[in-house]
Design a protein around this ligand. Structure first.
Ligand code: R5P
Length: 308
């Protein structure tokens, strides 16, 4: 039987695209709040004997997680053979260690919550530091889709003579790959973070950038302080307004306006997190990862069968 794809609130376009690309049914469900703020969820499409796929990107996760886990639980109660989560942006990866006594290592706790309710996970370019690989950390099959091909394709069509610039060493992994796919050169700046909202970025050698359109690429733009510092230094070095590209454009608070005011040129983001800057669609890559994991696990016994 074909899988059923359910959209959590705000994920309708993703669920529709996934259903179309997977040859799956787009399921109906209700997710709403009671007047007291608690969540009500109801699965309205038959899931008995079928794979249930829940589409729910996880920026601003605290309001999303309770109804998501309730819906996963309801799908399982009503007979789904497996329940999978498609979260193009995966939350709670930053606090992956205890830096001070008394802190919760939320990355590990969150992984346990997800693994308790889902049989597999698909995400895109997760922000990993001390967790080298999601699959052992989550303990369920995980597929990671990559935005680099979609970003490179967009750059080839929209930006003349780009030079890819990563604002810090961590960004080199995706900046170098985007540059390779776009057939463009790349450099990576040095960044020092001095607090939640303060970062200092090194001045690059402007000679390497001459005659090209600077394109800053980062995986996450949250407060945008990292991008803003990079933009300021590029502008101070006499370079044109850089194009700014985010895989996950969270743009917390006034981050988007502040980035513009700092001298950014066009600001483009992938559609992993809903934002007016979304211009690079990643559903093809995400759907391919979902197809891959569904194919891999469909030959295994389901959790229900294994327990029998
Ligand atoms: C850091 O390691 C990440 O790759 C991003 O540079 C960072 O998350 C950006 O955060 P913000 O926009 O708050 O400076």
């Amino acid at each position: 039987m074909s899988p059923v794809v359910f959209a959590m609130p705000g994920n309708d376009a993703l669920a529709t695209a996934l259903a179309a690309r997977l040859g799956a049914e787009k399921g109906a469900c209700t997710v709403r709040r009671f007047p007291d703020g608690e969540s009500y969820v109801r699965v309205e499409t038959a899931v008995q004997g079928r794979d249930a796929v829940l589409a729910c990107t996880l920026d601003r996760p605290d309001d999303r997680i309770a109804p998501l886990l309730f819906l996963a639980s309801a799908a399982r109660d009503f007979g789904a053979v497996r329940v999978g989560l498609v979260a193009p942006y995966l939350a709670y990866l930053r606090q992956d260690a205890r830096f001070s006594p008394g802190e919760c290592v939320s990355a590990h706790v969150f992984a346990r919550w997800i693994a308790l309710h889902f049989d597999w996970l698909v995400t895109m370019d997760p922000h990993l530091h001390r967790i080298p690989d999601l699959e052992p950390a989550y303990g369920i099959p995980v597929r990671v889709a990559h935005a680099a091909p979609a970003i490179a394709a967009w750059l080839r069509e929209n930006v003349a003579e780009p030079v890819l610039i990563g604002p810090d060493m961590e960004s080199s992994q995706w900046v170098d790959e985007v540059a390779r796919l776009a057939g463009a050169p790349s450099i990576v700046l040095e960044k020092k973070r001095r607090g939640d909202r303060e970062v200092v970025v090194s001045v690059p050698d402007p000679g390497k950038l001459a005659g090209r359109t600077p394109v800053l690429v980062d995986d996450i733009v949250s407060t945008a302080r990292t991008m803003i510092e990079a933009v300021r230094h590029l502008r101070a070095a006499g370079l044109p307004a850089p194009v700014c590209v985010a895989v996950h454009g969270i743009f917390a608070g006034d981050a988007f306006e502040a980035l513009r005011a700092a001298g950014a040129g066009r600001i483009a983001s992938c559609d992993t997190v809903a934002h007016p800057s979304n211009i690079i669609a990643v559903d093809t890559a995400v759907a391919a990862s979902v197809a891959d994991v569904l194919n891999a696990i469909s030959s295994r016994p389901s959790g229900n069968e294994a327990a029998e």
